[in-house]
Write a protein that binds this ligand. Sequence first.
Ligand SMILES: Nc1nc2c(ncn2[C@@H]2O[C@H](COP(=O)(O)OP(=O)(O)OP(=O)(O)O)[C@@H](O)[C@H]2O)c(=O)[nH]1
Ligand SMILES: [Mg+2]
Length: 436
Amino acid sequence: MVFDTIVAPITATGGAVGIVRLSGPESWGIAAEAFSNFPEEPESHRAYRGTFENGDDGLLLLFEEGKSFTGEESAELHIHGSSVSMTTLVEELVAIGARLARPGEFTERAFLNGRLDLSQAEAVNDTVRAATRKQLASANASRIGALTEEISPIETAIISQLAGIEASVDFSEEIGDIDPAIAIAALTDCRAKLDAMIHRGHHGRLVREGVRIAIIGPPNAGKSSLLNAFLGMQRAIVTPVAGTTRDYVEESCEIAGLQCILIDTAGLRDSEDLVESIGIQRSRAQASSADLIWYIVDSMVGLTDNDRAEIDEFEAPVWLIRNKIDLLEEDADEMGSPQIFHVSATTSVGLDSLSHAVAGLAADVSGAIPNRRHTLHLENAFTSLGFALEGFEVEHPTDLVVTHLRVALFELGLITGSTASQDLLDRIFADFCIGK
Ligand SMILES: Nc1nc2c(ncn2[C@@H]2O[C@H](COP(=O)(O)OP(=O)(O)OP(=O)(O)O)[C@@H](O)[C@H]2O)c(=O)[nH]1
Ligand SMILES: [Mg+2]
């Protein structure tokens, strides 16, 4: 495929060095006009030092067609990272003949030129956005093609069954009927593999998207103190006054390799105060959309009937956290249940075991994690294979079985991109930023 030549900064502005990328058939020609030291005989994968059209100096790095990220002839211009330096250079390159790249257009070209499949292209975005080690590990695995490696053998097995059925229809006299037992075994195996991936997609959501943890409880239990302890800074106001927090405070942090979105909320109580009442309503709304609730009580006060009534209302799993154990005379070192923690937000005692339990939420998730889109298509393929299997069992007409197998293949192709429409590609790449 031949495209025009596009340009965009591929680094955020403000660093010591910034990089602008050209990609497309005119990349070297445009770079030659914008760079003082363009060689007579340019070589791929070589850097040249010189001055750019905007007056800044730096390095020009050349990539020949077939040996670049996008698969096209391209060039990277390394200059100083100020906003004005990057912007003026991009303007010069556009004036010479390049077009400003759309969001995700470099990666889209890498996909269209066959450098990456769709799941790998999506993983480029995930790698750039990774906020935790686990997210990075999953993105790296997908980016090098781990999802495709799992899907390909499933596709091959389905294609082989399809070919067998079609041959038995077309050449029934020579070949005879296919052995349904073999087809059923092969498709059942495919379904089991899909099921494992679907499970990883659902379970791995906490790794991919982060765990929303609502910190809930009565006033003065130490909710804001606990938030601050995990963030390592005084983010929320802490005072001995009950009802200090009125609106919720949401912050992201990494706990044991997992991204956690901690939401400190207003203490639950009956309040006459209008502002506080609205805050309490918001606390409950946060609790209802959380993946997990940390219900905090003051160890000196203990768990009241009110607390029990509140806890009964929550849909998400609740971990009971008894705070301020530094004030207890006896050590509360026994753990009543895995979901009860004894901590002190002030001295940090017990926070390790809480972190450890958070790590356990995704302990068995590793490798490439299918995203929501992938998981949906995996589920559709799983369902279609189920229909195909039913077809074998009740001796449906063969062409119905064939249709279900084709649908399963189509769904898997939407993950790797082999059956993706331009509309789907547009939607996926629109989620990228300029320069990716
Ligand atoms: N000794 C001790 N005091 C604590 C601990 N955690 C919090 N406190 C104190 O308890 C008081 C209330 O703490 P906050 O963190 O504001 O409690 P909260 O649950 O956010 O209270 P509201 O915002 O009013 O709902 C403050 O005086 C804190 O210093 C702890 O682990 N040990
Ligand atoms: Mg508070």
